[in-house]
Write a protein that binds this ligand. Structure first.
Ligand code: NAP
Length: 310
């Protein structure tokens, strides 16, 4: 029987996804009808972005799973009308994009590139940067994205530490976990990358006390989610020099309001939530594989633990 797949995302996304999604489903051997407009009583799967008009899942009596186009599910996981499995996006394009963005921004701070990109007084100061092995970088979050970023930085030679909820073993990375491991992970870090999900347990994980554990002048790079950082504590740490620079891609309110202090702060770089995005061709394969699994009564991939919130 033909599987009915509702594409529930911003209308412009459909233009990107229509061809790749149909092709990926065909390649996966799934007979499917994918559309933005299917009677709710007939829908088997929902391909979903939280900014779509669909917010009440109780109107889909037959739905078997909701397949998120986003890796971060903080606005979907708590939805009380959602009573079927929720899978999040794990996609090669997303991991590769994040690896490139994080590596680029780590290297910017490590090499001190800003001093040469903007040098209005033509100062000749031949100070070579240290080698990567003399630079400690900590990645908070060692999931799909944090792990590849930590591994890439370790391959470049950085002295990398990582932190997660459960214990991990990653070659070349000093792994710490749980509340007890956070101090060791952050102690003396010169660059911190945040790749944690936004949950009740991770809110303000970088607060004033934890910022004080870092090396003086440390750089913060946040492509995770805005609430991971206590904004006021970060601004205070920047102003007193405890933090040397913050590169922020995500914010509590997006777009970042024009009057927010981050825009004007000389030690803050704002990027507009572009660290990495789901790519239609690779993401469609992830979606198609989960629909194939659903049809074949096999376990879904990348299921969200609704209690943990990620
Ligand atoms: P993931 O695979 O779910 O990994 C999350 C990691 O965080 C895991 O290592 C997890 O530990 C750890 N973690 C969760 N709660 C924790 C806690 N309380 N204490 C310590 N560690 C904790 O997620 P992902 O795919 O790597 O994505 C991470 C986040 O990146 C997403 O949630 C999203 O917010 C963000 N993101 C941003 C962009 C962008 O463009 N800016 C793009 C994609 C994603 P365990 O391994 O022990 O479970």
């Amino acid at each position: 029987m033909t599987v009915q797949v509702l594409f529930a995302a911003k209308p412009e996304r459909w233009l990107e996804y229509e061809t790749p999604l149909n092709k990926a489903l065909k390649n996966a051997g799934v007979d499917a009808h994918v559309s933005c407009d299917i009677p709710s009583a007939d829908v088997d799967y929902i391909v979903y972005a939280p900014n779509s008009s669909v917010q009440d899942f109780s109107v889909f009596p037959k739905v078997k799973a909701v397949l998120s186009l986003w890796a971060g599910v903080e606005t979907i996981a708590p939805n009380p009308t959602l009573n079927v499995p929720l899978a999040r996006m794990v996609d090669h394009g997303l991991s590769q994009g994040m690896k490139e963005w994080v590596t680029g921004h780590v290297l910017r701070h490590h090499l001190g590139m800003d001093a040469h990109i903007a040098n209005p007084n033509h100062r000749w100061e031949p100070i070579a940067p240290p080698l990567a092995e003399q630079r400690s970088v900590t990645v908070l979050g060692l999931g799909e994205l944090g792990r590849v970023c930590a591994q890439t930085l370790a391959h470049l030679g950085f002295n990398v530490s990582g932190w997660s909820r459960s214990a991990k073993v990653i070659e070349g990375v000093h792994c710490f976990h749980g509340d007890a491991g956070l101090k060791a992970a952050l102690d003396g870090a010169e660059i911190v990358v945040l790749l944690l999900p936004d949950t009740a347990a991770t809110e303000n994980v970088l607060n004033a006390e934890r910022l004080s554990w870092l090396a003086k002048g440390a750089a913060i790079i946040n492509p995770g989610r805005g609430p991971l950082v206590d904004d006021d504590a970060l601004l205070a740490a920047l102003d007193k020099g405890q933090v040397g620079h913050a590169t922020l891609d995500v914010f509590r309110i997006e777009p970042l309001p024009q009057d927010h202090a981050f825009w004007a702060h000389p030690k803050v770089t704002v990027t507009p939530h572009i660290a990495s995005e789901t790519r239609a061709w690779t993401a469609s394969q992830c979606i198609a594989e989960n629909i194939r699994r659903g049809k074949a009564c096999e376990p879904f991939l990348h299921l969200v633990d609704r209690d943990a919130g990620y």
